[in-house]
Design a protein around this ligand. Structure first.
Ligand code: AHI
Ligand code: MN
Ligand code: MN
Ligand code: MN
Length: 314
C-alpha cells in the first residue's frame, strides 16, 4: 500500500475547540511509523494551514460559511494532488465538514466514487434543514447530485460540484439522525445500516451487504469517511458529539479489515478526534489509539498476525 497523509487541523464546521489538534495527536501516536512497520510506503504531506476569514457572519442559520468553504477548497486541491501522486489518501481531521473537500478532491481525480460513511450521524442536512447551522452536520448535502437543487448559493462554496450519486452511498453506524435527514435518506433511497441493522445482521453481514450494494453495477474506488464517534463512547469518548450504543472496537476494526481486502480503498477520512472532550488522559489515549488502529486496519493490518514472505525459520 502506498499512503499519502494530509493533516487538516480544522474546527470551524462545529463549535467546540480542540478538534484541530487531531492530526498531530494521531501522528504523535505513531501512525507513520506503524504504517511503515506493516510494509506501507508512506508520504506525509504535512498539515494544511487554514487562514481565518474575518467577519464570517452566518448566512441564514449556516455558521462560518466562508471559512469552511475556503478551507475545503484548499483541502480538495491537496487531496487531488495526493491522488495524482498515486497514493491512497489519508485525511486526518479536524471536523467532518472536511469531507466536502476530501470527497470533492478525490472525485476530481477519480470520476466515479462510492462512499462508505461510518458515523453515528448522517451529516446530510442541507443549509436549509440544518437545526444548528454547523456545517459538520451537512457535508454530504453539498456532494450529492440529487440534492443539488436544494443547496443555496453561498460564498466560497461555488467551487463545489456535486460528485456522488445517492445509489453509491452506504451509511454504517447511524443512531442519531435528525427528522429532516431521515426524510432525505428515505426520499433518496440511500442504503443505511443503522445500529439496528448492525445488531440484527452482525457486522460481517453488514459489510457483505455494503459491498454487494456499492459493487452492484461497476466496481468504483471507495471513499471511506470515518467519524470516530461511530464507535461507542466507552472506546472513543474524546469527540464532540458522542452517542451511546455505538460500534465496538472489534466492529470498528472489522469494517476497516473488510474494506481493505476489497482492494478498492482509494481515500479515507479520520475525523472528529477532539482531545479537549476527553475527561482524562486515558480517554484521550483510547480515542487516539483507536483512530490509529482503524487506519492500520485500512492498510493491511489483520488481527491473526502476519509474517514476511521471505521469513526463514532458524
Ligand atoms: N458528529 C457530528 N456529525 O457526524 N455532529 C453533527 C451532526 C449532528 N446531527
Ligand atoms: Mn460526522
Ligand atoms: Mn458523528
Ligand atoms: Mn450544477
Amino acid at each position: 500500500h502506498s499512503v499519502g497523509i494530509i493533516g487538516a487541523p480544522f474546527s470551524k464546521g462545529q463549535p467546540r475547540d480542540g478538534v484541530e489538534r487531531g492530526p498531530d495527536l494521531i501522528r504523535a501516536a505513531g501512525l507513520v511509523e506503524k504504517l511503515k512497520g506493516q510494509g506501507c510506503i508512506v508520504k506525509d504531506y504535512g498539515n494544511l494551514i487554514f487562514e481565518e476569514v474575518p467577519n464570517d457572519e452566518p448566512i441564514g442559520r449556516v455558521k462560518r460559511p466562508r471559512t469552511v468553504g475556503r478551507a475545503n477548497e484548499q483541502l480538495a486541491s491537496a487531496v487531488e494532488r495526493v491522488k495524482n501522486d498515486g497514493h491512497t489518501c489519508v485525511m486526518l481531521g479536524g471536523d467532518h465538514s472536511l469531507a466536502i473537500g476530501s470527497i470533492q478532491g478525490h472525485a476530481s481525480s477519480r470520476n466515479e466514487l462510492s462512499v462508505v460513511w461510518v458515523d453515528a450521524h448522517a451529516d446530510i442536512n442541507t443549509p436549509l434543514t440544518s437545526p444548528t447551522g454547523n456545517i459538520h452536520g451537512q457535508p454530504m448535502s453539498y456532494l450529492i447530485h440529487e440534492l443539488h437543487s436544494k443547496i443555496p448559493v453561498m460564498p466560497n462554496f461555488s467551487w463545489i460540484k456535486p460528485c456522488i450519486a445517492a445509489k453509491d452511498i452506504v451509511y454504517i453506524g447511524l443512531r442519531d439522525v435528525d427528522p429532516e435527514e431521515h426524510y432525505i435518506l428515505k426520499r433518496l433511497g440511500i442504503k443505511v445500516f443503522s445500529m439496528t441493522e448492525v445488531d440484527r445482521l452482525g457486522i460481517a453481514k453488514v459489510m457483505e451487504q455494503t459491498c454487494d450494494h456499492i459493487f452492484s453495477k461497476v466496481k468504483k474506488p471507495i471513499h471511506l469517511s470515518y467519524d470516530i464517534d461511530a464507535l461507542d463512547p466507552s472506546i472513543t469518548p474524546a469527540t464532540g458529539t458522542p452517542v451511546v450504543g455505538g460500534l465496538s472496537y472489534r466492529e470498528g476494526i472489522y469494517i476497516t479489515e473488510y474494506i481493505c481486502q476489497t482492494g478498492l480503498l482509494s481515500a479515507v477520512d479520520m475525523v472528529e478526534v477532539n482531545p479537549k472532550r476527553g475527561k482524562t488522559e486515558e480517554e484521550i489515549k483510547s480515542t487516539v489509539n483507536t483512530a490509529v488502529d482503524l487506519l492500520l486496519g485500512c492498510f493491511g493490518r489483520v488481527r491473526e498476525g502476519s509474517h514476511s514472505p521471505d521469513y526463514k525459520m532458524p
